[in-house]
Design a binder for this molecule. Structure first.
Ligand code: ACO
Length: 331
């Protein structure tokens, strides 16, 4: 059987920066509150550019292909993870394909919120291990800032999120390396603790003026509940992945957690009793970029030479659903 490994990864964030001070002019918040509670200093935003996740993904993927010196015709399949799709129908994968000029290859959309990247890698891994495809582009891309409620009512959520995209090439190899395991979970009892319910096909009008007045098209979050479950599930699913591979926390060289909140990462690091420099964090610069965050973090960890060949790297996610997962990789 073949193995699958991440040959390279690149990311793109829009130029416009939203600082905590910028947000303080839009709602009753402060730089100090945001930094202390979340670790976030700034985030990037598409602003008024009308760029969607497919546009950001094209820029990240073009960077990746340039780094790899690879022609787009060598890509066999695309997995596109986003929770903020360009269209209601079809998924952003189809828009991405058209914008990239990828001819008639399959594209698959993943709607798993912050767990989109781990779910996406897991699916791509299976296609490679079954020798269906050799080169799969796995993308996490989000434009969150256009759907946030930048009002006092939404301040507990709006300060967290930012826009960005990451794209990696998952490639087939005969070498003893790459994705060792993926463990995925969900618990739909908590849907209402983190969701954006409209537009919804349940209702005749899909989206009404009343729904908009009630702010149902914005994401709503019960922050404390999310926090509580996140710290539990991150630890659990990381240990599940390690156990499956007969590895212990001592064997881990780097954990790349979904960048939800710096305090969540710190709590998980303490619970696992792992060195702080083995839990990568870049949330201060980007905020929570949902499906893109693990890819952006992995990309920066590689740029900073924090991951070497043969290292055990654990990607871990938790988000809306709730849905969570881990991917253990021998780099
Ligand atoms: N600025 C100033 N004050 C605020 C803000 C703000 N932006 N937001 C909330 N507050 C106030 C609250 O109103 C509250 O005031 P009160 O005490 O007078 O009632 C006070 O600050 C404390 O609020 P809490 O919600 O208890 O603050 P907490 O310390 O829990 O931090 C946070 C909130 C940052 C949201 C935290 O709960 C958290 O990080 N939760 C997890 C978030 C997360 O990981 N989300 C993942 C999303 S991923 C996806 O799948 C889309």
């Amino acid at each position: 059987m073949k193995n699958s490994f991440i040959k390279d990864i690149a990311f793109y964030v829009p130029e416009k920066i939203l600082t905590n001070d910028d947000l303080s002019t839009m709602m009753d918040t402060s730089d100090e509150w945001i930094k202390t509670r979340t670790g976030i200093h700034k985030r990037h935003s598409t602003g008024d550019s009308n760029m969607g996740p497919a546009d950001l993904a094209v820029l990240a993927s073009s960077k990746l292909l340039k780094k790899l010196n690879m022609d787009k015709s060598e890509i066999d399949f695309v997995v596109f993870a986003t929770s903020t799709p360009d269209y209601y129908v079809p998924g952003s994968g189809a828009l991405f394909q058209e914008k990239m000029g990828l001819e008639n290859i399959g594209v698959l959309d993943i709607r798993q919120g912050c767990s989109g990247f781990t779910y996406g890698l897991s699916v791509a891994d299976k296609f490679i291990k079954t020798e269906t495809y050799k080169n799969i582009l796995v993308i996490g891309s989000e434009v969150q800032t256009t759907q946030l409620d930048y009002d006092n009512d939404g301040r507990g959520t709006a300060v967290l999120f930012g826009d960005g995209a990451a794209a990696c090439l998952l490639t087939s190899t005969n070498d003893d390396r790459g994705i060792l395991s993926a463990h995925l979970h969900s618990d739909g009892r908590y849907i209402d603790d983190l969701s954006s319910s409209h537009p919804s096909s349940k209702y005749k009008d899909i989206i009404t003026k009343e729904n908009i007045k009630d702010r149902k098209h914005h994401i709503h979050m019960n922050g404390r509940e999310v926090f509580k479950h996140a710290v539990r599930r991150f630890k659990e699913v990381i240990l599940e992945g390690l156990d499956y591979n007969n590895l212990s926390v001592d064997d881990v060289d780097m954990v790349i957690p979904h960048q939800a909140n710096y305090r969540i990462s710190q709590t998980v690091q303490k619970q696992l009793d792992i060195d702080q420099d083995k839990v990568f964090s870049n949330i201060h610069n980007y905020g929570n970029t949902t499906a893109a965050s693990i890819g952006i973090a992995l990309s920066e960890a590689l740029e900073q030479n924090k991951i070497n060949k043969g290292d055990i790297v654990v990607l871990a996610s938790f988000g809306a659903g709730f849905q969570w997962g881990s991917v253990v990789i021998k780099w």
